[in-house]
Design a protein around this ligand. Structure first.
Ligand code: SAM
Length: 300
């Protein structure tokens, strides 16, 4: 427990998928003049240095956000959701530099509206990351719009649903360090749908050779269908690098190459936005065997 630090992974292909979806969903949800609550059950530290020790060691952003930034000028007509996501990330940086990567709390907060009293509820359990998150958020001076709690996000979600305005987007983005996280995601989503059936829920999960990871999207589809709620499932794989084959006597070192986002009650604009953006993203970030993207929807 707690060996996962998101700073190693900030801006990787999985963050790109997750945050592209988050920004596109929030763009739609913040158009209505009624307060929206955003709940981030596993918030991380909030802000990350792409040129710091953690990200520098892993080099994951080089196969994610930084590769996308470098390729953007070559895209004839970048999809609006892609440029919007990149603009949001860039707004945390000086003109022309890409040193800071904003995590989900900061990307969400930047889209929320003071005038209609949108709120952001953040939960992060890691002792160091929760302190960093609180300090980073304090710098925003966002006052009561944003709350940070060092609590178990799986448990805490119950305490904030349903929101008074009956409008919310809940991001459930655990580290899946322990395999019980997969079952918890399913149980928490079922409980949340019982409390607040019309909320928008977005679950991120890794696509890795582990039965629990493989089964999660199927179980989430069954769950959404049992509540007769619409769902959207997007997966994105950069594929294995061509040099991933191990040298004799070495272990295979490939890392996670794919991940998925599963949404219940997705905004109706999200599917077309992703249909335009994900093929372009794949052209840029795809690197070898197994690369691909998929968007499917159902329920309702
Ligand atoms: N949502 C963040 C973003 O997109 O920028 C990244 C979150 S990271 C994938 C998962 C985070 O969950 C880690 O920072 C980890 O410390 C935290 N965590 C692990 N178990 C938790 C729990 N039960 N409740 C809240 N946070 C937890």
């Amino acid at each position: 427990m707690f060996s996962y630090r998101h700073a190693f992974h900030a801006g990787n292909h999985a963050d790109v998928l997750k945050h592209l979806v988050l920004v596109a969903a929030l763009r739609h949800l913040t158009q209505k003049e009624t307060a929206l609550w955003v709940v981030d059950t596993h918030a991380g530290a909030g802000l990350y240095r792409l040129d710091g020790d953690y990200a520098g060691t892993s080099g994951e952003a080089a196969e994610g956000i930084l590769k996308l930034v470098a390729a953007l000028p070559g895209l004839a007509e970048p999809a609006p959701a892609l440029t919007d996501y990149l603009d949001r990330v860039h707004s945390f940086n000086r003109e022309g530099s890409w040193r800071i990567y904003p995590g989900s709390p900061f990307l969400a907060q930047a889209l929320l509206r003071q005038e209609v009293r949108d709120k952001l509820k953040l939960f992060e359990l890691h002792p160091t990351d929760s302190k960093s998150l609180a300090a980073n958020i304090a710098q925003l001076g966002a006052g009561r719009q944003v709350s940070v709690a060092r609590e178990d996000g799986f448990e805490a979600l119950k305490s904030v649903l349903p929101p008074p305005s009956r409008r919310a987007l809940v991001l459930i983005d655990p580290s899946y360090e322990i395999k019980s996280d997969y079952a918890k995601v399913h149980a928490v989503l079922r409980d949340a749908l019982q409390r607040f059936a019309t909320g928008t829920y977005a679950v991120w999960y890794p696509i890795i050779p582990r039965p629990e990871a493989h089964e999660l999207p199927r179980k989430l589809k069954t769950l959404a269908n049992s509540f007769r709620k619409p769902w959207l499932h997007a997966t994105f794989s950069i594929g294995q690098p061509d040099d991933a084959a191990p040298a004799p006597g070495e272990e295979r070192r490939t890392g996670m190459a794919a991940s998925g986002m599963f949404l219940v009650n997705p905004p109706h604009t999200l599917k077309p936005a992703l249909q335009a953006a994900l093929p372009q993203l794949l052209d840029v970030l795809g690197r070898g065997r197994g690369k691909g993207q998929l968007i499917e929807s159902g329920g309702g």
